[in-house]
Design a protein around this ligand. Structure first.
Ligand code: GAL
Length: 693
């Protein structure tokens, strides 16, 4: 019997795997597509537009994500004729289609008839019609109506061979808006009941003995509301729970749609959703039932200086690579569903991207192993909230803009590269030897944001800084969750992992003991999963692991810099510094060079069994200290690194290395003399690309 169950499981598992693989053909490596909104254009132009999409080199298009008003113009009356026509034209030009569920934008008949489905803002105002993501995912009525429209679409399109797959909603997130409508309040209470079972357990977890916050019944509880608090915050744990609850609600709403689709569509059609790559109010990893998760990406919108004088036109070097490594890790497949096409409209200011950088982003996305890349959007809109937003073609609807031309160049290059595709390429040994995992749990982002302790604390920045350091040593990186087996990673980084439990720390201990090299940074291990300090000495949870005690920490104002000395070099810091007392057998690698604690240790390193543990107790703005310590970790255990020039990313996939230069100066890549170059030359200009084998 046992064997039968096992072989059935294996069979089902194998079935799943091959179905997944069949969405994407390995020999194509990456396929490229573009968003099209037929509902916004004269139907007479559909043929011309889709023809142009195919001529420019795209292989798929993406439709319907905001078209609920056109799909269901009145309650229960569906109109699919126009979409049938679009599919017919797409098919004529060999374009596959990603069909979307329209739940991001309920139509007016719906919001007028059922106003209770609208999100309620913290100040009690009800969201208004005409924008998007303004629905409450906690509303049973909205869930019911969404299910109906999704079911109708799935029944109509679920066996259509022209449909490649489905996208659920659009950037599900509420864009950071918090929902206080009665349905959300009720759902929060049942979520809490389910989690804590008894009100005493909740009181303990939330620490309500503080400031007389004790509850006697779940029905007394409200969603924490910042705007209504007078001084301080009664329970930080309640706020973390609210974040967890919101992320669960979002995942459940996606799951409802996913199940409805899966019940009605052919197995050959995939189901995914497109998450914002840098938005932490939702948690893409919670959506495990999707075939894969994917992301949206806009590197240039006035929010970064990047590297050098022109970096603001190229974006942060780590941004696309990090998204690739984060989104791929859920189940091995991902893509970028929206990639910036050129200038956008919604940034604090909207610079023109640097000439050529869009092609560079495309190569960076390719290099991360992505199966597809989709540009946002084909035509520049003539009306609506995104008028100044570029498309692949400009306002005349036909002339490719510079971004469109860069897409065409990339797609031509990929078609050439496909001819050189070799199945099952093995990652080069030297590169694989540097492989690092970064352990991630969104709880830590939420918790440290709620109680940052210094206005300079930014958990995501801290994590991506470590990621960038690893990449600058030319290491392949995977972002993994805490259940992942770490034994295959020579290096594991645990960055600002504030909430831990005993078994997690034990796992890290065993990893190092068996030969792994663990790097731990500030704030790690300070709290348990309820956000409480344990009744023990400070950071007791990790003292044994790191081979030392954390005596205290310090932080300075924005303009005041202090110094750390490491390997006879001084580094500046002001965000966070831990003063450490090493245990016997632990080496001191760096000490504070000024302030009243000058001479105290802040980076310590120890051997543990067959491996090592390094604790980096200072957080710097520029990441220079962190990078040099990581470098020493690699060197001290004999793993060769390749130090890349600032702003250069190197990734490997399917036998090809890809280097992207995000810096403002030319860089010359040091590649083996026998390397065969396919794209570019070894001296890479800003926003340039080099592809070699
Ligand atoms: C994305 C969003 C799209 C569109 C785009 C404009 O974040 O998902 O619908 O608004 O931004 O850049």
């Amino acid at each position: 019997m046992k064997n039968l169950i096992l072989s059935t499981l294996l069979f089902v598992g194998a079935g799943l795997l091959s179905a997944q693989q069949s969405y994407f053909k390995p020999e194509k490596m990456v396929e490229t597509g573009v968003y099209y909104y037929p509902e916004a254009w004269n139907p007479d132009q559909w043929d011309r537009d889709l023809k142009k999409i195919a001529e420019m080199g795209f292989e798929f298009t993406h439709v319907a994500e905001f078209a609920w008003a056109q799909i269901e113009p009145t309650k229960g009356v569906y109109d699919f004729k126009w979409l049938d026509k679009v599919l017919e034209i797409a098919g004529k030009y060999n374009l596959k289609v990603i069909m979307c569920t329209p739940s991001a934008t309920p139509p007016i008949w719906l919001t007028r008839k059922y106003p209770e489905i609208l999100l309620e803002k913290p100040d009690g105002q009800t969201a208004m019609h005409g924008t998007r993501e303004h629905y409450s995912w906690s509303s049973p009525k909205y869930q019911e109506l969404t299910k109906k429209v999704v079911e109708a679409m799935a029944k109509h399109f679920g066996n259509d061979k022209r449909i490649w797959g489905w996208q659920i909603d659009n950037e599900p997130s509420h864009y950071g808006a918090l929902d206080y409508c009665p349905a959300a309040q009720a759902s929060f209470r049942s979520w809490l009941k389910n989690k804590y079972q008894t009100i005493d357990a909740l009181n303990n977890a939330w620490g309500t003995a503080f400031w007389s916050g004790v509850y006697s019944d779940f029905n007394q509880i409200e969603l924490p509301n910042e705007g209504r608090l007078i001084s301080g915050t009664a329970s930080p744990t309640s706020k973390v729970d609210m974040k967890r609850f919101n992320a669960d609600e979002c995942a459940a709403f996606i799951s409802l749609q996913c199940k409805t689709l899966k019940d009605n569509i052919a197995k050959t059609q995939f189901v995914t959703s497109n998450f914002m790559h840098d938005h932490s109010d939702v948690d893409p990893w919670r959506s495990k039932d999707l075939d894969f998760i994917c992301y949206t990406m806009y590197p240039v919108a006035g929010y970064t200086d990047g590297v050098g004088d022109q970096g603001f036109r190229m974006g942060d070097p780590w941004r696309i690579s990090f998204a690739n490594d984060f989104f791929r890790s859920l189940n091995g497949i991902t893509g970028v569903m929206e990639l910036q096409p050129g200038q956008v409209n919604w940034g604090s200011y909207n610079p023109q991207p640097y000439p050529g950088v869009i092609r560079s982003w495309l190569w960076n996305a390719f290099a991360g192993g992505l199966d597809f890349i989709c540009s946002y959007r084909f035509r520049q809109p003539l009306f609506g909230g995104e008028q100044f937003h570029y498309g692949m073609v400009g306002t005349d609807g036909v002339t490719p803009l510079n971004g469109g031309q860069q897409y065409s160049t990339f797609m031509k290059e990929i078609r050439d590269l496909r001819k050189l595709y070799v199945p099952n390429a093995v990652m080069p040994k030297e590169y694989a030897a540097r492989k690092a995992a970064m352990v991630y749990n969104v709880d830590n982002v939420w918790e440290t944001t709620i109680q940052p302790q210094t206005f300079q604390w930014n958990e995501r920045k801290h994590i991506t800084k470590y990621y960038n350091c690893l990449k600058s040593l030319c290491a392949p990186v995977e972002i993994v969750n805490e259940t992942k087996d770490l034994s295959t990673y020579p290096v594991v980084v645990v960055a600002a992992y504030q909430m831990v439990d005993k078994s997690l720390v034990e796992k890290w201990y065993n990893y190092a003991e068996k030969g792994g090299n663990l790097v731990v940074s500030v704030r790690t291990g300070l709290k348990d999963h309820n956000g409480h300090f344990p009744e023990a000495s400070w950071a007791d949870a990790i003292s044994k692991l790191i081979g030392g005690k954390i005596v205290m920490n310090d932080m300075l104002g924005g303009n005041k810099m202090a110094k750390v000395s490491f390997n006879s070099t001084e580094y500046k810091w002001n965000n966070w510094g831990d003063m450490l007392e090493p245990a016997a057998g632990t080496d001191v690698w760096a000490t504070f060079a000024d302030q009243f604690y000058a001479g105290k240790a802040t980076v310590i390193h120890r051997k543990l069994g067959k491996g090592t543990v390094t604790y980096i107790g200072t957080d710097t703005d520029d990441g220079k200290l962190e990078k040099d310590v990581l470098k020493k970790v690699y060197e001290s255990v004999g793993i060769g690194i390749q130090e890349l020039p600032e702003g250069v990313m190197v990734n490997w996939r399917d036998g090809f290395f890809v280097a992207n230069n995000y810096s403002s100066a030319n860089v010359t890549m040091d590649i083996p003399a026998n390397a065969k170059i396919f794209v570019g030359i070894t001296e890479i200009t800003p926003a340039g690309v080099l592809v070699w084998k």
